[in-house]
Ligand binder design. Structure first.
Ligand SMILES: NC(=O)c1ccc[n+]([C@@H]2O[C@H](COP(=O)([O-])OP(=O)(O)OC[C@H]3O[C@@H](n4cnc5c(N)ncnc54)[C@H](OP(=O)(O)O)[C@@H]3O)[C@@H](O)[C@H]2O)c1
Length: 256
């Protein structure tokens, strides 16, 4: 049994301006879930996402956030409170830690600056953002952290990125344990290769990579944002509340 308030559900999705995050916000909207979502540089794209949600009768409020700027989180939480009051709510129900950056430097060449940047955006940011948002997430709510298929299989030149996504998965398990008493479930969604702007859009725009991914995927093609957005939006429902502390790979069966 969840104990969420009897009102329209509200999600916070980081990196909702493009890619998987955008598709998640739009698919949540189709399911009647309002969102507060973040963008960093893509202001125009974020406005378009808000319009798409509006078109299907849901609210999606964009807020600017650099997930790597931990010292801005206090101000961000104040912005979230304002956005919640516009939705006549004091708490939100779902958190999706999605925003992230890639890195494809060979182990011998990874610099300290590269590793620090990855750590900040892909791990430290979600860690402390979740901590700061804890008082605002409703008991009975749900958290999804986005990892990657590359924590299970080895992708060339992805050691720094994959290692920090591995940390996200351990974080998920511990968070599920620690938030259990508040009836909040926490899961990892690990996408396979998806056709977005990520890694310079290589999975979408490079025919060689596209074919390679198709050949190593049971369902015979790379993922598209909708594959992930639909899945994450459907995971965030009462029907899935008992799914807890899991790593769910959403890759069409990549590198089985
Ligand atoms: N695409 C894939 O093949 C793939 C595979 C496995 C896992 N993933 C994971 O899925 C997640 C989303 O990836 P995607 O493919 O949708 O990427 P994407 O198309 O490149 O979009 C990235 C999103 O994250 C935001 N973002 C990037 N850096 C940020 C920062 N420092 N602070 C705040 N927001 C930031 C961007 O915001 P702005 O545009 O507004 O700056 C954008 O909304 C990532 O965690 C990624 O690691 C992707």
């Amino acid at each position: 049994m969840t104990i969420l308030a009897d009102r329209k559900r509200i999600a916070i999705v980081t990196g909702g301006s493009r890619g998987l995050g955008r598709s998640t916000v739009v698919n949540l909207a189709k399911r009647g879930v309002n969102s507060i979502f973040t963008y960093n540089f893509s202001y125009t794209e974020a406005q378009a996402v808000a319009t798409q949600a509006d078109d299907v009768g849901a609210k999606a409020i964009p807020l600017r956030l650099d997930v790597g700027a931990i010292d801005s989180f206090e101000a961000f939480v104040a912005d979230v409170r304002d956005a919640l009051s516009k939705m006549e709510a004091e708490r939100f129900d779902y958190l999706v830690n999605n925003a992230g950056i890639s890195n494809h430097t060979a182990f011998a060449k990874v610099t300290e600056a590269e590793l620090d940047e990855l750590f900040k955006v892909n791990f430290k940011g979600p860690f402390f953002l979740t901590q700061k948002l804890l008082p605002l997430i409703a008991d009975g709510g749900q958290i999804v952290n986005i990892s990657s298929g590359v924590t299970r299989f080895v992708n060339p030149d992805s050691i720094a990125y994959a290692t920090l996504k591995g940390a996200v998965e351990v974080f998920t398990r511990y968070l599920a344990h620690d938030l259990g008493p508040r009836n909040i479930n926490v899961n990892t969604v690990a996408p396979g290769a998806v056709q977005t702007d990520f890694s310079g859009g290589v999975v979408r725009d490079n025919p060689v990579v596209n074919e390679l991914v198709s050949k190593m995927t049971a369902l015979g093609r790379p993922g598209v944002p909708e594959d992930l957005g639909q899945m994450i939006a459907s995971l965030l429902s009462d029907a899935n509340h008992w799914v807890n502390a899991q790593r769910i790979e959403v890759s069409g069966g990549m590198r089985l």
